[in-house]
Design a protein around this ligand. Sequence first.
Ligand SMILES: [Zn+2]
Length: 288
Amino acid sequence: MRIAYSEKFLEHENPPEVSGRLKAIVEHIEGSKLPVEFEAPKKIDGEELLLVHTKRLVEELKRRSETEDSLPENPFTKKTFEIAKLACGGALRAAEIADEDGFSFALVRPPGHHAGRDFYHGFCYMNNIAVAVRGNWSRKKTLIVDFDVHAGNGTIDIFEGDDSVFYLSLHQTVRALFPYDLRWEGRRANINSVGLAPGADDAEYLRIFRKALGEAVSSFKPERVAVSAGFDAYCEDGIASLKLDTETYNAIGKEIAKLGLQTFAVLEGGYYLPDLGKNVWSFISAFR
Ligand SMILES: [Zn+2]
């Protein structure tokens, strides 16, 4: 199993979106001697970013990074722009590996699904999965499955109306969680963004997930799958109030693997460090 990763991702801190998240996952993989080879992110020159983001946004990120001009949800150091760009490169590398091996995972941060064409917030700077989908798979019909506990408003902003992509999200309803905006919830055209009530458990989650995935596959007929893999719907994760357990990430993975399509996944959220590694591996191991 080849996974895209770089130690440079550890040089960015935005509590609770901290470097310890990736350290916990890498320690779990290495400590359990799991069959993983780490591969460096793809080097990108910047043109790829403009497939997704406005020039204005990219230049703002660069300027804020150069001048260390932080925002409340988005700190900036001299390294921030390069690290955020590298996270896009990690997602692109995972997409390339999936072309060859059938599956890969991008172990990257900062996360990306709250970054839209011309905005960024919620720990995100640029939309890693969107850059990989547009940069590598633009001629293939891609189903994006987002199981992070938050609605991927940035990804919706980027792909709404793009008939080469179908976006499916299950998340805690935006009525009771960031980004607190009903625009990012509901079923329309190429978007199915399903909000669950706080407290939803594994059985309810999987029932709705299987139904929504089945509907997306039969109506859209995807050729490939890209996954926004957030692990903050976990029962111990304090950032939200869904109640998934470790096994459910394996069940989600198996539902996607059963489609038999080339698939890559990109890390989004997940803030309960003691179990983050085993949750990530529970998902990944469905594809072995
Ligand atoms: Zn999240």
